[in-house]
Write a protein that binds this ligand. Structure first.
Ligand SMILES: [Zn+2]
Ligand SMILES: [Zn+2]
Length: 279
């Protein structure tokens, strides 16, 4: 696997929430960019794509659409890596600065995941040798989340599973049940780091190796996965709910009508007692 190189698609959360602490922003960007560099430097055949998401948009940061020519060597670094640093950091900063005063809603990570999967698929279709490429996705998430993108997430997870693309997830701060499900479904790795300062260390230790090599490493055992579903009425994760018998939509309380498939539930009908006939 290592001989063929690997396409790493990084999905980076740049919610304005992180701009509250400047030191965190710098550490966060440095960790993401350093990890991108490590991946490219590990093998000449490795390739990279970076997609960022905030609460308003998702943006392709690398590779840029316009074919920019790589500048001459500046400070002894590899030209490619210098270009990667420049492209990514400039765009990340612009995404965080523009909307720093916006209302704090959730980052559009599920959309970015969809774009990542499409990018991988396109690379595969455009591959001249028609070979299946080894690709994986790494989501780095920092902001809080709700269940509002539940269905979009589940759809991307099932797609990733179908095209055998693992989704690795590294969350900073508090756990994220929805992304944990994604890592579990697609065969990726999920980890939560408490502080931004520990991000790079965790990325290098746990996410640098490809999926095959990872099995030989002594990584911390995975946590139990939070498999709660989000209800279709309030988009909150529920422990117990009502399920539509027609389309399997989940509701946190009894409703007269399924809003997804318009089936009417006859909840007022008294429950029939099934009496076994004696012979
Ligand atoms: Zn509900
Ligand atoms: Zn239904």
């Amino acid at each position: 696997m290592a001989g063929d190189g690997c396409l790493l698609v990084m999905v980076i959360d740049v919610h304005p929430q992180i701009a509250e602490h400047e030191i965190n922003v710098q550490n966060y960007f440095n960790a993401c960019i350093s990890f991108a560099n490590i991946h490219l430097a590990a093998s000449v055949k490795n390739t990279l794509a970076v997609i960022a998401a905030n609460h308003l948009e998702t943006r392709f940061l690398y590779p840029q659409t316009a074919d920019e020519k790589v500048d001459h060597q500046k400070d002894g670094r590899l030209e490619l890596l210098g270009q990667v640093d420049e492209d990514i950091e400039k765009e990340l900063r612009s995404m965080i600065m523009h909307y720093s005063k916006a209302a704090q809603t959730e980052s559009l990570l599920s959309g970015a995941l969809g774009r990542a999967l499409l990018y991988i698929k396109r690379q595969e279709v455009e591959n001249i040798l028609g070979k299946k490429i080894h690709a994986r996705i790494l989501v780095i998430k920092i902001s809080i989340d709700t269940g509002s993108q539940y269905l979009n997430y589940i759809n991307t997870y099932l797609t990733a599973q179908k095209i055998s693309t693992p989704i690795d997830v590294c969350v900073i701060g508090s756990d994220c049940g929805l992304l944990q499900q994604g890592a579990d479904i697609s065969g990726g790795y999920y980890h939560c780091v408490p502080e931004v300062s520990e991000l790079l260390q965790s990325l290098i230790l746990m996410y640098q190796a490809d999926v095959v090599t990872r099995k030989k490493l002594n990584v911390p055992p995975p946590d139990t996965v939070d498999y709660r579903a989000a209800c279709f009425c309030h988009r909150t994760l529920v422990d117990m709910g009502n399920v539509c018998s027609n389309c399997l939509s989940v509701y946190c309380k009894a409703v007269p009508l399924c809003t997804t498939c318009n089936v009417i539930f006859q909840t007022d009908r008294p429950l029939m007692k099934i009496v076994k006939k004696k012979k």
